[in-house]
Design a protein around this ligand. Structure first.
Ligand code: NAP
Ligand code: NAG
Length: 310
């Protein structure tokens, strides 16, 4: 009897693992969100990651609503996407809605326009954002506020304007493009890191609150991406930074990150950290051994200051 069970354990274990894998695969296939014909709003679609997201979601058959401040640049993206056809999949010409995220009143009006395009929104991707470079000592409080308006209050206003329609339909997916700096703060990035930390907190609250309505919330936190983000960044006095930082230039390709955003939506991933081993370690260090993290950041701040003074 004993020998029999002993001999049976091996195949039984293999069978059990196989069954588990099979169940997981079925679960994933069933849970997978189909993007064909879905109405997807992308803010900051005129450049960088937003533009890549537009390409990727367009190719997946989504009906896009592209947002930004510059109608001309958005139209260029629309023209480019119109030219892309895929024999197998039905694709759509995107709509555009222009508005400034830092102006809450216009955001509410824009949301009405967005909802008019197709009558509803399936996926809202809060991607638009601005970066900042500066020393807190030399930074105007108005700059701290401006970055917060664009990166935090704008997405909050847009989300809250679209949310009731999603709740009413009992479906919808809201995505926030945050940053590794939404999880850890790096010196000379105060306004940006603060706005992304606020983003993380707000969308974590939102996720918990809207689960009972069947809505999804994903936060994506990428490390450096090769875009014009640093070129477009503001400095302490509100002027444009205008420099392509080495870190940004050697970052991930926007396409790669856009595919990760698509995957997060498809598989309803709640929180995605898209970073290399060092930043990932820093995120854990901040939680598990804060004293060490503070030491590393302080020496980093000193080093950067020395380089600047040279
Ligand atoms: N690049 C990175 O290293 C990196 C890393 C982590 C996270 N991220 C995040 O990724 C997102 C996309 O940034 P990106 O890297 O693609 O930078 P980007 O190329 O500078 O694109 C920023 C986009 O945001 C829009 N935008 C900026 N201010 C706006 C405002 N006040 N109102 C409406 N739209 C505004 C811009 O559109 P218009 O100028 O046409 O209005 C542009 O399309 C941001 O949230 C950023 O924080 C970037
Ligand atoms: C950065 O800006 C330049 C000049 O406006 C543009 O040609 C380039 O496509 C932009 N890069 C990205 C990744 O958006």
């Amino acid at each position: 009897m004993e020998r029999l069970t002993g001999a049976g354990v091996g195949p039984l274990a293999v069978g059990a693992v196989g069954l588990l894998i099979l169940l997981r695969l079925i679960q994933r296939a069933r849970g997978k969100q189909i993007l064909q014909d879905k109405v997807v709003v992308i803010t900051g679609a005129s450049s960088g990651l937003g533009k890549e997201c537009a390409r990727v979601f367009h190719a997946a058959g989504a009906r896009l609503i592209l947002c930004g401040r510059d109608q001309k640049r958005l139209q260029e993206v629309v023209q480019e996407l119109r030219a892309v056809t895929d024999g197998q999949r039905k694709t759509y010409t995107p709509c555009t809605v222009t508005f400034d995220l830092s102006d809450t009143d216009t955001v509410a009006r824009a949301a009405v326009e967005i909802l008019k395009c197709h009558g509803h929104v399936d996926v809202l991707i809060n991607n638009a954002g601005i970066s900042y470079r500066g020393n807190i000592l030399d930074t105007h409080v108005s700059v701290q506020r401006d970055v917060m308006e664009t990166n935090y209050f704008g997405p909050v206003a847009l989300t809250q304007a679209i949310l009731p329609s999603m709740v009413e339909r009992g479906s919808g997916h809201i995505v926030a493009i945050s940053s590794v700096q939404g999880k850890i703060a790096i010196p000379y990035r105060s306004a940006y890191a603060a706005s992304k930390h606020a983003t993380q907190a707000y969308f974590d609250c939102l996720r918990a609150e809207v689960e009972r309505f069947g809505l999804q919330v994903s936060i994506i936190s990428p490390g450096y991406i090769r875009t014009n983000l640093s070129v477009n960044a503001v400095t302490g006095d509100g002027s444009k930074y205008g420099v392509m930082d080495k870190t940004t230039a050697s970052g991930r390709e926007p396409t790669e990150v856009a595919h990760a955003v698509l995957k997060a939506v498809r598989h309803r991933q709640k929180d995605v950290l898209l970073a290399g081993p060092l930043p990932t370690l820093a995120v854990y260090l901040r939680t598990l051994w804060p004293a060490a993290y503070f030491r590393v950041m302080a020496s980093r701040a000193k080093k950067e200051q020395r380089i600047k003074e040279q």
